[in-house]
Write a protein that binds this ligand. Structure first.
Ligand code: AHR
Length: 569
């Protein structure tokens, strides 16, 4: 079960003042004394609701493109219909069987990495079913066959239920090549032996003509190696990935990764980490892994979904979610607060990992994140776990990506769940219809951060107060991250307030501002969303701003996501 947490302070590279420490009057007083002490602040500052101070002289780690990753599981309408529309016979425009509009739109947001084939599906998947002639591949029962979320009228005989395996290893690798992403494979630890991981790696990476499996890969259409470097060792191994206890999983991790052939690549193994704040799972796996185990681990996966969970026993978690479209302000804030908890989770798992890995050889991989709503707003009935995507979800995406940017020293990769027609997706796609969600636009705006140096910033904004479960709760008034690439400073800001615009001063320290533009994603109503019938309801717009010395004055609309692009002299 999730809780509402007290508001935090000093979070990552972004300092936040909570209302416990500073109410609005104190904030304004403090601000006024800062103005007196530092004439750089503009005269209007005391009238602003918030301030973001960006410290160019304090660069942090480089923001890995893999933080801007995606997740493709064989679930609902994600792979079949969403991505794979079939080869030559398909009426939907495609490139080698993959939906053309999807390839073009995804390529534009520069996906750093794509995780596949699950999720829970991964620990039931036999990679050998997805190779060889497509019309001869076996049909299997999909992991999600009995999911209680199936809507009553879904056609349960479709590829979503009886997996045709037409989208296998080479089809997925080609999709990654088409969109410019690194493939990240999740290996089956629950129901395949370690030998099958070795052979899957051999199929993917052994040189052309060198092995029987390399010949098979050539027959499947890809003579050259696929060069798959990123390998997840199981998924949610504490649950659908095998119900392991931490010590047993650590032993499996060592067994699956020891002495793996590398084919000259630097293979990166990712351990199957905790859900949310299960710090004991992290502590116990790391303690058991020991030096050798830790040395063979590149990343430690963590999953954190955001939902309105309250008043339901854990076994009934699926009832605890609320509607994607119908939500009140209390549900709105409680979901955002849960998303904002990502910051605490990253910091705390990082500290726990340091108990066994003080040099921090292992980085964090948040390979499933996003908002998860109750069934009922699927774009079409077969889209299991499909849900609508409003400005609220866009704010979740902005806040979460800001958190990853601020923790670029800790987070090596992350993937939003999931790519098409599923959970917090970037796309809806069905037959010949296609549409971008507000979350897509956030990824488009934030792609400017990739490979930039994360820059420390200090935010002063009064907390937002709301009621949840009849109790008072609070969350930070603004969220932000900054990065510098060449002479371009990118500052992204979300204003989570459902109804209040925030006049703000953005102060750039350590450089001269030459020009500023703002790209703003906002809507009159926070419930606004895109659909097949109305695909352009929520779209960003760009305006030019002027700076006064080091100060940019801008008002962030309610429930908005903004990108400032600042050229530094
Ligand atoms: O993303 C849907 C499911 O959520 C994944 O299969 C699983 O890993 C997680 O519990």
């Amino acid at each position: 079960m999730r809780r509402q947490f007290a508001s935090g302070t000093n979070i990552g590279g972004q300092q936040r003042y909570s209302n416990q420490e500073m109410n609005r009057r104190q904030f304004l007083t403090a601000a006024t004394s800062l103005i007196a002490a530092q004439p750089l602040f503009s005269r209007q500052f005391h009238a602003a609701d918030a301030r973001i101070e960006i410290l160019l002289d304090e660069p942090g780690a480089t923001i890995a493109p893999e933080i801007y990753g995606h997740f493709v599981e064989h679930i609902g309408g994600n792979v079949y219909d969403g991505i794979w529309v079939g080869d030559q016979q398909s009426a939907v425009p495609h490139i080698n069987g993959v939906r053309k509009e999807l390839v073009e739109a995804l390529r534009k947001v520069k996906p750093g990495m794509i995780r596949w084939p699950g999720g829970c599906f991964a620990d039931q998947y036999d990679w050998r079913d997805g190779i060889g002639p497509r019309n001869k591949r076996p049909r299997r029962t999909n992991f999600w066959v009995d999911a209680h979320e199936w809507s009553a009228n879904a056609d349960r005989r479709g590829p979503q239920v009886y997996e045709p395996n037409t989208f296998g290893t080479v089809e997925f690798a080609r999709f990654c090549e088409q969109v410019g992403a690194q493939p990240y494979f999740a290996a089956n630890v629950r129901s395949l032996p370690a030998e099958q991981l070795f052979q899957w790696i051999e199929y993917c990476n052994s040189p052309a003509g060198s092995t029987t499996l390399a010949d098979q890969r050539a027959a499947d259409g890809h003579p050259e190696p696929l060069n798959v470097k990123l390998w997840g060792i199981g998924n949610e191994s504490w649950g659908c990935g095998g119900n392991f206890d931490p010590e047993d999983y650590a032993v499996e991790f060592r067994r699956y990764t020891a002495w793996t052939p590398s084919y000259g690549l630097k293979l990166a193994a990712v351990g199957s980490g905790p859900p949310d704040d299960n710090f004991a799972w992290t502590r116990r796996v790391f303690a058991k892994l020991g030096g050798e185990g830790i040395n063979s681990m590149f990343g430690w996966a963590m999953h954190h979904y955001s939902w309105n969970a309250s008043g339901h026993p854990h076994a009934e978690w699926y009832k605890a979610k609320s509607d994607a479209l119908k939500f009140d302000s209390s549900q709105y804030y409680s979901l955002l607060r849960d998303a904002d908890d990502m910051d605490r989770l990253i910091r705390t798992h990082w500290d726990v990992m340091a108990e066994s890995d003080p040099a921090h050889k292992v980085k964090l991989v948040v390979d499933e994140w996003g908002a998860w709503h109750s069934p009922g707003t699927e774009p079409f009935p077969e889209a299991l776990l499909g849900q609508q995507n409003t400005m609220r979800d866009a704010v979740v995406a902005g806040m979460t990506l800001d958190t990853f940017n601020r923790h670029a020293d800790k987070v090596a990769m992350a993937s939003v769940a999931q790519l098409v027609n599923n959970l917090q997706s970037l796309f809806f796609a069905h037959e010949n219809r296609f549409c971008l969600t507000p979350t897509y636009h956030v990824f488009d705006m934030y792609s400017a951060h990739q490979t930039g140096r994360s820059i420390r910033s200090v935010i002063s904004a009064a907390d937002i107060h709301y009621t949840w479960d009849d109790k008072p709760a609070a969350m930070p008034g603004l969220s932000s991250s900054s990065s510098l690439k060449g002479n371009t400073l990118t500052v992204t800001v979300t204003n989570p307030s459902i109804d209040t615009a925030k006049s703000s001063e953005i102060v750039v320290r350590g450089g001269r501002i030459q020009s500023v533009s703002a790209t703003v994603l906002a809507a009159k109503d926070v419930h606004a969303h895109n659909s097949f019938d109305n695909p352009h309801s929520v779209e960003p717009s760009t305006i030019t701003l002027t700076a006064e010395g080091p100060v940019i004055a801008h008002t962030f609309p309610p429930a908005s996501v903004t990108k400032l692009e600042v050229t530094i002299g």
